[in-house]
Design a protein around this ligand. Structure first.
Ligand code: FES
Ligand code: FES
Length: 174
């Protein structure tokens, strides 16, 4: 089956009922969607499907045939962050980062679809995303900053040289 992820079409070999999360991580080596609860409850596996945030752990491959999938790898680069990524950086909205991909994509969908969202709409869009370490205040502030255009991606300096990383434990969630 063909799967379009971040604008690139892939031939995937996994069975039709394999989860999109599994295919992204294990077949396409896109590891920004994290394997958290794998039951739809934590939001770490969120990706955009035709621009809408969806939990990839719950989506069988067959359900996304022909759709455009976006992961964090498709948002920006280390030296060219998207506005939502830059807002998270400016507001220190990530610690371990395990939840961050899901929040970034939920925030990006909101920015694209409802840039005038109210605080209540921001909270609604982020509900169901669980963060165990940063706390939600910074995350909400970051999303609101991006919505209000109060973000400066050009000021963010890449603090590391992007490089290929080895997966030490195949199938691990991180
Ligand atoms: S891993 Fe998909 S919602 Fe938790
Ligand atoms: S930053 Fe660690 S779980 Fe959210």
């Amino acid at each position: 089956m063909k799967l379009t992820v971040n604008g690139v079409e892939h031939d995937v070999q996994a069975p039709q009922l394999a989860s999109l999360l599994h295919v992204l991580r294990e077949e396409l080596d896109l590891t920004s969607p994290k394997a958290g609860c794998q039951q739809g409850g934590c939001g770490t596996c969120t990706v955009l499907v035709d621009g809408e945030p969806r939990r990839s752990c719950l989506l069988p491959l067959a359900a996304v045939e022909g759709a455009a999938i976006t992961t964090v790898e498709g948002l920006g680069a280390a030296d060219e962050l998207s506005p939502m990524q830059a807002a998270f950086d400016e507001h220190y909205a990530a610690q371990c980062g395990f939840c961050t991909s899901g929040f970034l994509l939920a925030g990006t969908a909101l920015l694209n679809g409802s840039p005038g969202a109210t605080r209540e709409e921001v909270l609604e869009a982020l509900s169901g995303h669980v963060c165990r370490c940063t706390g939600y205040v910074k995350i909400v502030r970051a999303v609101e900053a991006a919505l209000h255009g109060e973000v400066h991606p050009e000021r963010v300096e890449a603090s590391f040289e992007p490089e290929e990383t080895d997966v030490l434990i195949p199938g691990s969630p991180a």
